[in-house]
Design a protein around this ligand. Structure first.
Ligand code: ADP
Ligand code: ZN
Ligand code: ZN
Length: 822
C-alpha cells in the first residue's frame, strides 16, 4: 500500500504571525484531524501543544520536525471557531495565536515548558530501560520533577524528544501540571442493592443467614447501614459514605460486593452541580409591549435587534421566551452579561425554566470546570448545554448550532477587554459570531450605547422599545440638589446635603432601603501636605497614591506599590498632612455618624475583589439585613431589589467632567442605571442627585429620563468632532523604560503613518498617566471614516509598526493596538 506523507499546519498559543508546518508520522495518518491538539517542538528547546489547523501534502521547502504526539481523540476546536479567531485577530490587530491563548481553557492549553514526573504506575523495573532513560529516572527520583529543558541538558538535545515521547507512551513518566492536567472527568463509585434482594422474601432470608454466623456479623452491620441510607434499597448511595464510616468494616463491604449482594458502579461525575427546571415556560405571560417586541424580533429578517427597554420593563422575560423558542428549534443560545459577578440573579431565573440545559462559563471557574463547560457546549446530545451564560469570554465556546445571542446591558464598557490582546469588545464580537452562524443577536439596554442606537435608528438593526415598567410600576422621581446653593445656606455636612439626609432618614423610618452611588474615578482619598501641598506619588507610575483605611497605607492603583502613611511631609517636614477627597470607605464612616442604628455596607472594587463577598452583600441586601448600601459602578449594574426607595448620587460632577468623548453618554447611563434601582414593585422611588452644575444638560436629561435628548445632542457632536459611530478609532500605545526612546519611536511611527494616512493620524501625545510600572507611554490615534478601507489600513499600520521595531534602537519598544477603544 502506498503511504501518504502528510503535513500539518499548526496554531501555537503564542504571539506569532503564522501557523507552522510539521510532518505527521505515518502511524498517525489515520488518526490526525483538524482541531485536535498535537505536541510539537517549537524553537530549540520548547514543546507546545498546538492545534491542527490544516492537513495537507505540500512538501515544505525546509526540513520539518515531526508531530510528537496527538493529545485528543476528537477535535476540540471547530472550523467555525478557527474562522472566528482569525477574524478577531485581523479586526483587533493581533495574531490568531494571541486569540487562541485567551480562547482556550488553560486545561487544554498545555504549554511545554512543562515538567515531567515519574509515572505513578511505573514499577521501578530498570531492566527494560535504556541507559539514557535510567539517567532520567535517576535524576527524577532525586528531584521529583524536571523541566524538559533540563532533561535535554542531561542527555543531549538531539535525542530528547523521541525519548520523552516514548517514555510517556510506556507510562514510565508523565507530564506534570499542564500536560497531566489534561481534562480528566471525576469518577465516583455508587452502591445499589442487587435486583433479587428487592424482593422482601429474599431479603429476609439474606438477613437471617447473615445473622446466624458471627463471621458474617460485620457484613450484617454494613448491610443494615446501607439499607437505612438507601431508603431500603430503593436508591443508590455513594460508596464513600460507607467507607468513611470508621465503625464499619471495609473488608465486610468488599465481601458484600463480591457476593453480588451490593452492586458497585463507577460513574463519571460532573464537577458542575445539576439543576432541574422548576417552572413551565408557559407560565410566563408577556404583556402587550413585551409580546410585540418578541413577535417583531421573531418575524424580522434583520440579524441584529436592539431591545431598548426602561429598567424593570421585563427585558429578561422577553429574552427567556426567545431562548425557549431557540432551544425548541434544536439550537443553542448564548447569553452575555457585562460582568460575571452579576450572574447570580440571572442564573437562577434561567435555571428556573431551562434547568440543566444552562451552562455558566467564567474565568473564576477552575480550569477543569471550564474544560467541562467547553465539552458540554460541544456536545450535541441531550446531555449538552443549550443555553450558555457568561461574560465576554463565553464567545469563545465551541457552539455546534448557535441560533441566538443575547447581549444584556449592551452599553456596558466591561464588555471590552483592555489587556492583554486580543483587546476585543465582547458585544461586537458576539454580533460577528452570530452573523457567521446565521444566528440572531438581541442587544438589550435601558440606556443603549450611542453606536447601537445609531444603527437601530438608521435601519441597520431592528429596534424594539419597552416604555413602561412591568406591572404598572412607576419610574422614580429624580430630584437634584444644587450643592453650591446648599453650601451657601450651610446645609451641607461632610459631603451630604440636608436634603439627601432627610430622604434617607425618612426611608429608614419606613424600613425601606437606600443605595448611595459614588463614582470611583477621582474620588478616592489622597494625602496632601497642608503647608507645601506635597502629595505622595507612586515610585513607578505618574499617579498619586490612594489611602486605604483597612491597611492604613497609601497604594498605587496601577501597580500596587504601597507605603505606610507618612507621619510628616518629606518635603517640608510639616506634620499637618490632610486627607482630600472622599471615597466609599469615608462615606460609610460618615454615614454611621448620621445614622448610628442603620446597617451600612460598602460595595466597591476593594470590598468585592472576592466574588463570594459580593454575593454575600447582594444576598444580605435582598434579605434586608443592610439598610444603606454604598457603592461604586458595581451598584448600577442590573441588580433587581424590591425595597429600595431612595437612591442618592453623591457627586454627579465627577461623572460629567471626565475628559472623554463618551463622558456625557456615560454619565447619563450611570445616573439612569442607578436611578433604575429605585422604586421597583409598587413603590415610587426617589433619586437625589447632588451636583454643582444643576443646569448641565446631562443632569437635565438624566432627571427627565430623556434618552432621545441625550442621543440627539451626542450624535451631532460625534459627527462634528469625528468620533464613533461616524469614525473608527485605533489607539496605538508606545512604551519603553526610557523616556527619550519612547519619544523618538512615537515621533518616527507617527511620521511613517502620516505619509500613508495624512490627517487621520493624531499625536503622539502623553496620555493622562504617562508612566506606569516604570514604562513611559505615548499614544498615537488613527481615525478612519466609516466606509474607508479600514481592514487594509490596519494591515498597513501593523506592517509599519513591525518595520519600526526592526530598527535596532527600537527593538525593545512595545507597541500595543487598541481598536475601538472604550
Ligand atoms: P429588566 O430586565 O427590563 O430590568 P426584568 O426582566 O428584570 O426587567 O423585569 C422586572 C420584574 O418584572 C421582574 O421581577 C420580572 O420577574 C417581572 N416581570 C417582567 N415581565 C414579566 C411577565 N411577563 N410576567 C411576570 N413577571 C414579569
Ligand atoms: Zn510639606
Ligand atoms: Zn504605581
Amino acid at each position: 500500500m502506498e503511504r501518504r506523507t502528510l503535513f500539518v499546519d499548526v496554531l501555537l498559543p503564542l504571539h506569532l504571525p503564522d501557523t507552522y508546518t510539521y510532518r505527521v508520522p505515518f502511524e498517525y495518518n489515520d488518526a490526525i484531524e483538524v482541531g485536535q491538539r498535537v505536541v510539537v517542538q517549537f524553537g530549540t528547546k520548547r514543546m507546545y501543544s498546538a492545534l491542527v489547523r490544516r492537513i495537507h501534502e505540500n512538501v515544505p521547502q525546509y526540513r520539518t520536525k515531526y508531530v510528537l504526539s496527538i493529545l485528543d481523540i476528537n477535535p476540540i476546536v471547530t472550523e467555525q471557531q478557527f474562522l472566528f479567531w482569525e477574524w478577531m485577530a485581523s479586526y483587533y490587530m493581533c495574531y490568531p495565536g494571541d486569540v487562541m491563548a485567551v480562547a482556550m481553557p488553560s486545561a487544554f492549553r498545555l504549554s511545554s515548558e512543562s515538567y515531567i514526573v515519574i509515572h505513578p504506575d511505573f514499577d521501578g523495573e530498570y531492566g527494560s530501560l535504556s541507559e539514557d532513560e535510567i539517567k532520567i529516572i535517576d535524576v527524577l527520583s532525586h528531584k521529583g520533577k524536571l523541566e524538559i529543558g533540563e532533561v535535554s541538558d542531561i542527555i543531549g538535545y538531539q535525542k530528547i524528544m523521541p525519548l520523552i515521547k516514548s517514555m510517556i507512551e510506556r507510562h514510565i513518566i508523565l507530564m506534570d501540571e499542564e500536560l497531566k492536567q489534561r481534562f480528566t472527568p471525576h469518577r465516583t463509585a455508587y452502591l445499589s442493592l442487587a435486583e433479587r434482594y428487592r424482593d422482601e422474601e429474599q431479603l429476609k432470608i439474606l438477613f437471617d443467614s447473615l445473622q446466624q454466623k458471627s463471621a458474617t456479623y460485620k457484613q450484617l452491620l454494613v448491610l443494615m447501614q446501607f439499607m437505612q441510607l438507601s431508603d431500603f434499597g430503593k436508591k443508590e448511595i455513594k460508596k464513600k459514605i460507607l467507607t468513611d464510616n470508621k465503625e464499619l468494616s471495609s473488608s465486610a463491604l468488599d465481601t458484600l460486593i463480591k457476593k453480588e449482594i451490593l452492586l458497585l458502579s463507577q460513574r463519571e461525575e460532573s464537577r458542575l452541580q445539576e439543576y432541574a427546571s422548576q417552572a413551565d415556560i408557559d407560565s410566563i405571560k408577556l404583556n402587550d409591549e413585551q409580546q410585540q417586541a418578541f413577535d417583531s424580533i421573531v418575524a424580522s429578517d434583520k440579524a441584529v435587534h436592539l431591545l431598548h427597554g426602561v429598567t424593570s420593563s421585563g427585558k429578561t422575560e422577553v429574552y427567556i421566551r426567545l431562548i425557549d423558542k431557540t432551544i425548541k428549534e434544536g439550537k443553542q443560545a448564548l447569553f452575555l452579561l457585562p460582568e460575571i459577578a452579576l450572574t447570580a440573579q440571572i442564573i437562577n431565573r434561567l435555571r428556573k425554566y431551562f434547568g440543566n440545559a444552562v451552562g455558566v462559563y467564567h474565568s473564576r471557574f477552575n480550569t477543569n470546570e471550564r474544560a467541562e463547560v467547553w465539552q458540554r457546549t460541544m456536545d450535541s446530545s441531550d446531555n449538552g448545554y443549550k443555553v450558555l451564560l457568561g461574560a465576554r469570554s463565553a464567545v469563545f465556546l465551541p457552539f455546534h448550532n448557535l441560533g441566538l445571542v443575547i447581549v444584556d446591558e449592551e452599553h456596558d464598557n466591561s464588555y471590552k477587554q483592555n489587556d492583554p490582546a486580543p483587546r476585543y469588545n465582547g458585544r461586537d464580537s458576539a454580533i460577528y459570531l452570530a452573523h457567521s452562524c446565521h444566528a440572531k443577536t438581541v442587544l438589550g439596554s435601558a440606556t443603549p450605547s450611542v453606536e447601537s442606537y445609531f444603527n437601530a435608528t438608521n435601519g441597520k438593526y431592528g429596534l424594539e422599545v419597552l416604555k413602561h415598567r412591568y406591572g404598572g410600576n412607576m419610574m422614580p422621581e429624580v430630584l437634584c440638589v444644587d450643592m453650591k446653593e446648599a453650601q451657601r445656606k450651610r446645609e451641607v455636612q461632610m459631603n451630604f446635603s440636608q436634603f439627601l439626609l432627610g430622604y434617607i432618614k425618612e426611608a429608614l423610618s419606613h424600613k425601606e432601603q437606600v443605595i448611595l452611588f459614588q463614582n470611583r474615578r477621582g474620588f478616592s482619598l489622597r494625602l496632601e501636605c497642608d503647608v507645601c501641598h506635597w502629595i505622595p506619588q507612586c515610585k513607578h507610575c505618574d499617579v498619586s497614591l490612594v489611602y486605604h483605611k483597612s491597611t492604613n497605607s497609601l497604594r498605587c492603583h496601577y501597580c500596587g506599590y504601597s507605603i505606610p502613611v507618612p507621619q510628616e511631609c518629606p518635603a517640608c517636614h510639616s506634620t499637618t498632612l490632610k486627607m482630600r477627597g472622599f471615597g466609599t470607605e469615608r462615606i460609610e464612616d460618615d454615614l454611621a455618624i448620621f445614622f448610628p442604628d442603620a446597617h451600612i455596607a460598602r460595595m466597591d472594587l476593594d470590598s468585592t475583589s472576592q466574588k463570594k463577598r459580593y454575593i454575600e452583600i447582594i444576598n444580605d441586601f435582598e434579605d434586608h439585613k443592610i439598610d444603606i448600601l454604598v457603592g461604586t459602578q458595581m451598584v448600577t449594574k442590573g441588580l433587581d431589589f424590591d425595597n429600595v426607595s431612595v437612591v442618592g448620587i453623591l457627586s454627579a460632577d465627577n461623572l460629567i467632567s471626565f475628559p472623554d468623548f463618551r463622558a456625557y453618554e456615560r454619565s447619563f447611563q450611570q445616573m439612569t442605571q442607578v436611578s433604575g434601582r429605585a422604586g421597583r414593585r409598587g413603590k415610587e422611588g426617589k433619586v437625589i442627585i447632588q451636583t454643582y452644575q444643576p443646569y448641565h444638560q446631562a443632569i437635565r436629561d438624566a432627571m427627565a429620563g430623556d434618552y432621545e435628548s441625550m442621543y440627539k445632542s451626542q450624535i451631532v457632536e460625534r459627527r462634528v468632532f469625528k468620533y464613533p459611530p461616524y469614525y473608527k478609532l485605533i489607539d496605538i500605545t508606545i512604551k519603553h523604560q526610557d523616556e527619550s526612546v519612547v519619544n523618538d519611536a512615537a515621533a518616527k511611527l507617527a511620521n511613517m503613518l502620516r505619509q500613508q494616512f495624512a490627517s487621520r493620524v493624531m499625536g503622539p501625545e502623553y496620555p493622562s498617566v504617562a508612566r506606569i510600572r516604570n514604562m513611559y507611554i505615548k499614544r498615537i490615534m488613527v481615525r478612519f471614516a466609516v466606509g474607508e478601507a479600514i481592514g487594509e489600513g490596519k494591515r498597513i499600520i501593523m506592517h509599519q509598526a513591525d518595520q519600526l521595531l526592526n530598527d535596532k534602537s527600537f527593538a525593545r519598544v512595545k507597541i500595543v493596538f487598541d481598536v475601538d477603544p472604550q
